[in-house]
Write a protein that binds this ligand. Sequence first.
Ligand code: AQP
Length: 335
Amino acid sequence: MRVVSGIKPTGNLHLGNYLGAIKQWVGMQADVDAAGGESMYFIADLHGLTEWIEPAALHANTFEIAAAMIASGIDPKKSILFNQARVPAHSELSWLLNNVARVGWLNRMTQFKDKAGKNREGASVGLYDYPVLMAADVLIYSTTHVPVGEDQKQHLELARDIAAKFNLDYGVELLVQPEPLVSKEAPRIMSLRDATQKMSKSNPSDAARINLIDDDDAIAQKFRKAKTDPEPLGETFEDLKDRPEAKNLVTIFAALSDRTPQDVVAEYAGQGFGSFKPALADLAVAKLGPIRDEMVRLTADRAAVDAVLRDGSDRAAALAAPLLRKVQETMGLLV
Ligand code: AQP
């Protein structure tokens, strides 16, 4: 079993990234390690370039995200933690796979349509080609499983199609088709200002997300000011289906306390947000505070974080090299 997943350094990590991805990865790494498999987690700095970002911000975010991942429990002894740009095989395989992927396939990718919006002609070629780089990210390691959110499932399906077409075109069984790992426990966390949108790094409103680096006061204040309705909580989680803000806060409470949303609703049934929000703020401070403190400590020790990324990149590059060579050979590039 080889598990690979990444995260873009386009801003501060937030509660959605933590509960929806990193916490799941941390839970998985011990099992994968015990089973003799490999977990590889990378900071997708090359993907970070697909929309304009200041070089200094990209550099700082890459480093901060590495610190956040280690502070959240990604253990560099159990998982390979690295940044994508330091392993050139990702870019090299991506170019080769560009010649296998079809324009029609990329035209169907909904994330490009969402991100480019009306500015399709002005979007970067990188944004359009992003799913081929993502295919290279996983195929280069003969990955068996990719933990993905719902929104990335289409890209993983494309990676499988590219692998199948490559094998068919060249008459080989070289590229492994990875399986998606969609965790049932991984919640989708929504914006605190508009629960119809997901919590995201690029939302211009900082009040819409809890950043992992936020101090205790900021966490408490953001939950206090989170948009809600005046109704008390009902008896069941199902009752909240038309109350997105309430549903989101209960989901966050449940994920932070490792309980089911139904369990949380049952405890607070009949109570309004005047009592629920402070309890949620206390819980979030208790769970996220230690992660933040560790992030701050690691950020001050830049050399140690850099050493982890260098070591991870060397190990990843060594794993990538044989497959890249075989792909080049298969395509007639090595003489
Ligand atoms: N709100 C969320 N709820 C649950 N999971 C989430 N993830 C992101 N937002 C939420 C998961 O975090 C992992 C890494 O995501 P990413 O940084 O590679 O890209 P993203 O999904 O595009 O994240 P953002 O924060 O929304 O970034 P921007 O604003 O730059 O696009 C993925 O597993 C993702 O599912």
